[in-house]
Design a protein around this ligand. Structure first.
Ligand code: UDP
Ligand code: MG
Length: 137
């Protein structure tokens, strides 16, 4: 299996609740390598690009409000099948479907405030890595 890269982002609720260490520990324990990491504050422009598939949803303004409510931690995570593997580690988007033992299953408090983002395909992973870490990342 080829080594794959995915863009992982710890969302503002993760930072506010002091869960950065516990979530990163799960990622590293699974054997993935964090090749870059930074804390940043997002604005509406980058969120409109990142969540382009959701801009027409009624809850889009609340996503922007939540994602700009504090800093996030962006990471490039590498490993075999890292995109799919990280999605499994994260758990389902829907709060009620995120199973115990997954990051969202154990820590998320709702479908919107759900601790972590992970790319949904290898292609999107590369796009998101460039969006948040620059063209040469
Ligand atoms: N989201 C939400 N309500 C929904 C669906 C999504 O608030 O009904 C938020 C949630 O924070 C989610 C993000 O929008 O993580 C992106 O949604 P997506 O469908 O891409 O889910 P993900 O890839 O994060 O699992
Ligand atoms: Mg998504």
């Amino acid at each position: 299996m080829p080594v794959e890269r995915t863009y992982i982002m710890l969302k503002p609720d993760c930072i506010k609740r002091k869960l950065i260490g516990r979530v990163i520990k799960r990622i590293e324990s699974k054997g993935y390598n964090i090749s870059n990491i930074k804390m940043m504050n997002l604005d509406e422009k980058i969120l409109t690009e990142h969540y382009a598939h959701l801009v027409d949803k009624p809850f889009f303004p609340s996503i922007v409000e939540y994602m700009t409510s504090g800093p996030v931690v962006g990471m490039i995570v590498e490993g075999e099948n890292a995109v799919k593997g990280m999605r499994i580690l994260m758990g389902a988007t829907k709060f009620e479907e995120a199973t115990a033992g997954t990051i969202r299953g154990d820590f998320a408090t709702s479908t919107s405030e759900n601790i972590i983002h992970g790319s949904d395909s290898s292609e999107n992973g590369e796009i998101e890595i460039k969006r948040f870490f620059g063209e040469n990342a």
